[in-house]
Design a protein around this ligand. Structure first.
Ligand code: ARG
Length: 459
């Protein structure tokens, strides 16, 4: 029978028991549940609600249960319903009637929130670590490729020449914001709901500040009703996960494209690819595709949680039991994805021969030529038009802008000549894009330096 069955005449329907139980997944939080209970009973003793002997007996019992769970001696079943009752009933079995005092001035409604906040806090820290690892790989690669030139695209059309280091540093910024979002989430969520009880606090003279401090929270939550019904922090974590997985997915997409034989800009290492069961020649970028696909599942976790919360009245509702599998899944998926992405990046090398072939296509230096003319007094809009006509002429001749001869230049605009055009080689153009945040190697070096300083500061 259940710990709550005093007013019941019959037990639960077997199917309902299965359906109602969360033990299958919430046992993942057994450590958090035990930590919360130990803090709680310490507080009960300090406030004179249980004696010191009772406290010590309960703490010893809880520690034994922790060991027994870890050694596999205790396994839970649907009869336990959830991890909170699973541990409480084992405690009573372990130490007898004293165990029945643990649940004084507490409810499962605040208990589950303590467990989940502790769990989420741990995942936030682990995720930040994982993302820091990824950022380190990015910085290394950016350094390695800081002056190697590639094609920059807009609309998947050749746009402007960029350094590969610059491209790496763009992703560095995205993952930096992901880390900052997690830190921000931590700041807001690290408050203790313990002692809020069912929804309205308690008549016992408890000390919620003490338990908050014991558990490493900044302090207790302000309002008991909010404490047992709020799941914003999970939604914030899931949003951060979804946004970050979007970054993972975008990057994976670039890997898939660039690894294709049409681009062949890079070679994804064999150890991150799979073959085809029928086509012997194939080396497929499955892992990059899987990383892209995993984002969908994390978005689903976010949408699931938003939908669970929508329209739930105050205060606790059993709907909230649905909060756990989504966050567990998102945290696992996100962590594994970032780890794999970092490994894949580390092993990826660029095929400069293939990239160089592309640098002479698509008039990558057209904007630079227009800027160059504008610097010599031709209003930019006019310069833009002149270069547009140069592009047309070059297209007809099948050559690059720098290959147009004097006659062709003059024909485009009387003010043009070779000397006036100056050095419009791709390398010179990239070198000159030194504006703050630009692609020039010197600027990428600055970005790497600032990035590294920031990364050191959050470690
Ligand atoms: N297993 C429940 C959950 O995950 C614990 C809280 C149950 N509270 C209740 N009043 N039924 O939300």
């Amino acid at each position: 029978m259940a710990l709550w069955d005093g007013r019941f005449e019959k037990g639960m329907d077997e199917l309902v028991k299965e359906f109602n139980a969360s033990i299958g997944f919430d046992q993942r939080m057994y450590n958090e549940d035990i930590d919360g209970s130990i803090a709680h009973v310490r507080m009960l003793a300090k406030c004179g609600i249980v004696s010191e002997e009772e406290r010590d007996k309960i703490i010893a019992g809880l520690n034994t249960i922790r060991e027994k769970i870890e050694s596999g001696e205790i396994t839970f079943t649907v009869e336990d319903e959830d991890i909170h009752m699973g541990i409480e009933s084992r405690l009573i079995e372990e130490i007898g009637d004293t165990g029945k005092k643990l649940h004084t001035a507490r409810s499962r409604n605040d208990q589950v929130q303590v467990d989940l906040r502790l769990y989420t806090r741990k995942e936030i820290c682990a995720m930040i670590e994982e993302l820091i690892g990824l950022e380190e790989v990015i910085l290394r690669k950016a350094e390695q490729y800081k002056d190697k030139i590639s094609v920059g695209f807009t609309h998947i059309q050749h746009a402007q020449p960029i350094t590969i280091g610059f491209w790496f540093m763009a992703y560095f910024q995205m993952f930096r914001r992901d880390i900052e979002r997690l830190m921000d989430c931590y700041e807001r969520m690290n408050l203790s709901p313990l002692g809020s009880c069912a929804m309205a606090g308690t008549t016992f003279p408890t000390d919620r500040h003490m338990t908050a401090e014991e558990l490493g929270f900044f302090g207790p939550t302000e309002n008991a009703m909010d404490s047992v019904s709020d799941r914003d922090y999970i939604i914030e974590f899931l949003s951060a996960a979804a946004i970050s997985m979007m970054h993972v997915s975008r990057w994976s997409e670039e890997f898939v494209w660039w690894n294709s034989s049409e681009f062949a800009f890079l070679d994804i290492d064999d150890s991150f690819c799979t073959g085809s069961s029928i086509m012997p020649q194939k080396k497929n970028p499955d892992i990059a595709e899987l990383l892209r696909g995993k984002s969908g599942r994390v978005y689903g976790d976010l949408m699931g949680m938003l939908t669970v919360m929508k329209g739930t009245p105050m205060a606790y509702n059993k709907d909230y039991q649905e909060d756990k599998e989504g966050i567990f899944d998102a945290a696992d998926t996100w962590r594994a994805s970032v780890r794999i992405l970092a490994k894949m990046l580390d092993k990826t090398e660029f095929r400069m021969d293939k990239i160089n072939e592309q640098l002479s296509r698509g008039f990558l230096n057209a904007t630079d030529v227009a800027e160059h003319l504008a610097k010599q007094g031709i209003p930019f809009r006019e310069a833009h038009n002149i270069v547009g006509r140069m592009v047309k002429a070059a297209e007809v001749k099948g050559c690059q802008l720098e290959e147009l001869d004097e006659a062709a230049l003059k024909e485009t605009d009387a003010r043009l000549d070779k000397e006036r055009l100056g050095d419009i080689s791709i390398a010179a153009c990239v070198e000159a894009r030194k504006s703050f945040g630009g692609t020039a190697p010197s600027e990428v070096e600055r970005q790497i330096r600032v990035g590294r300083e920031w990364l050191e500061s959050v470690k």
